[in-house]
Design a protein around this ligand. Structure first.
Ligand code: SF4
Length: 335
């Protein structure tokens, strides 16, 4: 049975929606023997649904290995979905191939976690940033150069940086190059995958503020992926919490932090330091490790670690459903 009965998950009317993901699954086959017979699946993403409104920042959060990066890569069609549907700006892009996929890709870009690995170290910064434009448009060298220099300045670099190479920059500056490259085609959607987790804490807020400013200016919609709840809180309008390939809670940022509904979200939010020392909250420490996505637990996938698990949690798969206005949770505590 599908884990997610509700696929509306807010995100406004159809006209306002930029991205709709319905029952997305991404399984990786595990093979064995000489003939490489499939013996199992690693269920990296196991049925997630979400809707992003135009201009919204949706934070996707969860521990490492929960499937959030795979979800982002599958949505951007960097890897094929096993099942489900991805509708981008009204077009079903789930199975697009060749020229049609290439055309659609112009409108969605990714910012990667590791700003060094994602940039070609042998290319001059100017050419790293203008490469997407060259791939899609024919512009004169002068025009291209002018545009790229303008972009570099907009992300906080200097126009002379056009002539340098990635190794001549700090981590934060390299991430700015990655951001300039992602902006080059004026995309509608940016999936930012842990964009600040490789950076010094002192630099993180500068890059986050830059992303926020660019959102207004370029009318961007972000799917913002992170394991750090404080970072997601700083950035997002709505938040989706993932555990072991499943979406376990979705709601407005304020509501999720004020009153987390799912026991997993309660544990995650309990780890965020409270700036008000008078409002102490108890830290919930989860026991055990995240189970393997190759052998996910039966029933509720969180039952092996849930502090309030009930006997039926081993048997029954909880559906992600609206348990309060605009609040969705997949937990049997809510009926
Ligand atoms: Fe915990 Fe049961 Fe809710 Fe799963 S369904 S989160 S095990 S209470």
């Amino acid at each position: 049975m599908s884990r997610q009965s509700s696929i509306a998950l807010e995100g406004g009317s159809d006209r306002d929606v930029l991205l709709e993901v319905k029952h997305l699954k991404k399984y990786y086959p595990v093979t064995s023997g000489f003939f490489k017979r499939k013996v199992a699946d690693v269920k990296a993403v196991d049925d997630i649904s979400l809707r992003l409104k135009k201009g919204e920042i949706f934070g996707l959060v969860g521990e490492s290995g929960c499937g959030k990066t795979t979800a982002g890569r599958t949505i951007l069609r960097l890897t094929d979905a096993t099942e489900g549907k991805i509708v981008f700006d009204g077009e079903d892009i789930t199975r697009l191939k060749g020229a049609k996929l290439r055309k659609a890709r112009k409108d969605f870009q990714m910012i990667f976690q590791d700003p060094y690995a994602s940039l070609n170290s042998k290319m001059m910064v100017g050419h790293i940033v203008d490469e997407p434009i060259r791939n899609y448009m024919s512009k004169s060298h002068k025009e291209l150069k002018g545009e790229v220099k303008k972009l570099l300045k907009r992300v906080g670099l200097r126009s002379e940086d056009y002539y340098k190479y990635p190794h001549e920059f700090s981590g934060g500056q390299r991430q700015r190059i990655g951001i300039a490259r992602a902006l080059a085609l004026n995309p509608k959607l940016i999936i930012a995958d842990e964009p600040v987790s490789a950076l010094d804490v002192s630099i993180q807020s500068q890059v986050l503020n830059l992303l926020r400013d660019l959102q207004d200016e370029f009318k961007l919609t972000y799917l913002f992926i992170a394991h750090d709840l404080s970072v997601v809180k700083h950035m997002s309008d709505r938040i989706g919490v993932m555990y072991l390939g499943n979406m376990v809670e979705v709601g407005d940022k304020e509501a999720i932090y004020r009153e987390p509904l799912h026991p997993y979200t309660q544990a995650l939010t309990s780890a965020i330091p409270n700036p008000n020392p008078l409002r102490k909250k108890e830290r919930i420490i989860l026991k055990g490790d995240v189970p393997s996505p190759q052998h996910p637990p039966t029933g509720c996938v969180f039952h092996t670690r849930c502090p309030v698990a009930m006997p039926k949690c081993k048997e029954v798969v909880p559906q992600l459903k609206e348990v309060k206005p605009n609040r969705h949770a997949a937990c049997l505590l809510y009926g």
